[in-house]
Ligand binder design. Sequence first.
Ligand code: ADP
Length: 438
Amino acid sequence: MLFFYFRSILLCLLVGALLGILFNSLAWGVVLALGSLLGWHYHQIYLLSHWLEQNPDSEIPEGLGALGNIFDDIYLLQKRHAQSQAQLKAILRRMQKSSTALKEGVVMLNAQGNLDWWNTAAKRLLGLKRSQDQGNAITNLVRHPRFLRYFLNRNYTDPLKLPSPLDRNISLEISITEIGKNDRLLIVRDITLLHKLEIMRQDFIGNVSHEIKTPLTVIQGYLEAFLEQTTLLQGPMKKGMEEMLYQAKRMDNLVNDLLMLSRLEIDNQRENETQIDLHQLLPNIQKDAKDLAQQLNKRQEISLNIGHPAKIMGSEKEIFSAFLNLAYNAVKYTPNGGKIEFRWWIDKNGGHFSVIDDGIGIASQHLARLTERFYRVDNSRSTASGGTGLGLAIVKHVLLRHDASLEIHSRLGKGSTFSCHFPSQLPIGQVQSGPKKT
Ligand code: ADP
């Protein structure tokens, strides 16, 4: 390039010098030649800028010399740019076509939770309108309270099931993925059929459990009455009756747990939501745990630590049942002489209830499956302790309904910690002091 410049300047000077010699004025000759060179350059630059302003898609004007090379380079760059633009347009067209064909609704939200883009299925499932809703907050368009909680909590590990805002008979499953810095991608699925099947299954379990409950109560009642007549029963007969009563009680526990679970699954609303005072509830849990330890002939140190404040919003019956399940498990799976601690505290993330024991512990491979229905680490041990295998499934459901989560830490032979984490909206009040031991 530099060579071209020097060559044209030298040529120009040469022509100018020749003209100068011819007309007897070397200086004027050189000035004239350099002026012409400058003028020609300006002309070429004018052509280039005119082309850029008017129609950069048309052929680039012909340039000469060094500027000709620059024109060629610009032309090449422009061609490559046009090609990559065409490729991008084709990709976008294909993406738009495939997103239109998707059965799942896809909505892109910006950092503020406002709608950036959505596909046809999202339009159909959530009733979004391109002209009106662009740039609006998703929380203004999907106003279900459970969606608001789910969206604002930013805990998107599990999807959320909701009735469609357009038609309550349509069930939707919404999952959110965080992308980039703060953008979110919302995926909506129509799960109406699945939901109906699930309801049928839950109804079936609920009905069967309910039907079994009455005859079971009668059997239990008669067995208890017979066993009270100690004079009539002797030897193997008495032993058989005791075993029958034990099994009938186990079945009764199972039916109660099944009924509780099916009610928790069917009913999406939190039942009788009130302000729960944990200063009243937790001492009762501690007392019941001590009673169970006594029944099982275990001497355990069962302590309670409650920090202030200790109030949460929720269903007292459900929270009591979940906490009691964890407390009973700690008693059942901690041997004689062991230590169990119930702890409640509040921090910036919310309220936390932990049941800590130094019992038999659980091997790591079981931890992920513990909350599945009927999952038992050791079948014989659980059955011997009167377990149904449904306790942790109930805990998980109750916590889900309170937007809370269950965290399990355990080491085989060392003990376990089961923690319930409640979001910051549920505990009432601010952190005031640490736990108080009772
Ligand atoms: P179960 O009624 O059998 O106790 P759960 O659902 O409550 O059923 O618990 C599932 C399994 O988790 C139990 O069978 C038991 O093996 C294990 N488990 C629960 N809690 C504890 C604990 N604190 N320590 C050791 N193992 C536990």
